[in-house]
Design a protein around this ligand. Structure first.
Ligand SMILES: [Zn+2]
Length: 334
């Protein structure tokens, strides 16, 4: 597969390198910033053919993998940082990412192992059968093949509003949790360009993915609550073009955000309607909303339902009913 070679007229130092992924989301757009410190934003998954392709794409631009000085990881999904360990081993590059991502990047295998217990527990409380929980955990184990940890001393934590020079411009870190709890975008005010990662995608609705509490915290993130707040935050920036990690650029961020929020509002209404006549567990709701999903994909469906129930609960529209069995929900308007 040939990667697109796109340069952006107002940001001549920035190029897209598009790499394949084995996931339904399709290829990923990584961004290469030339300048004093050759910087790659996101890496593609850890697969030998993808690493070869990245080498070829760099060579076509006059660079080698060992020339990379920094890798910015927008969030810790394996299509975004899978090749990181190989790049760091060969180049000694520093890894810049939000501070919440430290453990997923420097202790990846252990973090994923720890997640299995969290997911099994939450799926069973959501009313999922044991076989379902086992199938999802099995799918998660397979995902670990697509990434590896980097040395702890390569990690440089970023926070919201930090500045970062890419090419000749100062880019600003925009913390935008929701799709992932440690997701960052990068914004350049002169050209009004946002590298939007999976936070804003033109043709796909980003799912709020269920995550365990970050180390040192006790509460799991409320992904959809965070995602809606992050969308409003980015919509307030005067963005001219948003460069996403999957698919084509976005030119009207406000309209896209309005459409995404309307989509989630209508799903919230739909879920609450289901709960007006009777109680249901998150897993039962998932089967009503996404009857076509199979095996590991149902994880994203259940993530989506739990994220919406979190927000409905926060807004006082549903309440939970705890018992010895699965947690059940009911509309407060019932
Ligand atoms: Zn992602």
């Amino acid at each position: 597969m040939n990667s697109e070679c796109r340069r952006f007229p107002i940001l001549s130092y920035l190029q897209t390198i598009t790499l394949p992924t084995p996931f339904p989301v399709g290829p990923i757009n990584c961004y290469l910033a030339e300048g004093d410190e050759l910087t790659l934003v996101d890496t593609g998954p850890r697969e030998p053919a993808t690493l070869d392709l990245l080498r070829q794409e760099l060579a076509a631009r006059g660079h080698a993998l060992k020339d990379i000085r920094r890798v910015v990881v927008t969030h810790t999904h394996v299509d975004h940082f899978g090749l990181l360990a190989d790049i760091v081993a060969e180049s000694g590059a520093r890894v810049l990412s939000h501070s919440r991502n430290r453990w997923s990047l420097t202790d990846f295998e252990h973090e994923w192992f720890h997640r299995h217990d969290f997911y099994r527990d939450i799926f069973l409380r959501a009313g999922a059968p044991t076989e379902y929980a086992d199938a999802v955990i099995h799918g998660m184990r397979r995902i670990t093949q697509y990434a590896a940890s980097v040395p702890a001393d390569s990690f440089v934590p970023l926070e919201d509003e930090d500045k970062l020079t890419l090419g000749t411009d100062a880019w600003q870190v925009v913390f935008a949790p929701g799709h992932a709890s440690g997701l960052i975008c990068l914004y350049e005010p002169r050209s009004r360009t946002l590298i939007s990662s999976d936070h804003l995608l033109r043709d796909i609705t980003s799912n709020p993915v269920l995550e365990p509490p970050t180390r040192g915290e006790t509460e799991r993130p409320r992904a959809l609550v965070d995602y809606c707040a992050s969308m409003e935050k980015t919509a307030r920036l005067p963005i001219r073009i948003a460069l996403p990690a999957h698919g084509e650029p976005i030119y009207d961020v406000r309209a896209l955000v309005d459409a995404r929020i309307a989509f989630h509002r209508s799903r919230l209404d739909h879920i609450e309607e289901q709960l007006q006549c009777c109680t249901a567990s998150a897993f039962e709701l998932c089967q009503i909303l996404f009857p076509e999903l199979k095996s590991f994909d149902t994880f994203l469906g259940l993530s989506e339902v739990i994220a919406h129930l979190d927000l409905l609960e926060l807004e006082g529209r549903v309440r939970r009913e705890e018992s010895d069995g699965p947690t059940r929900y009911v509309s407060t308007a019932k």
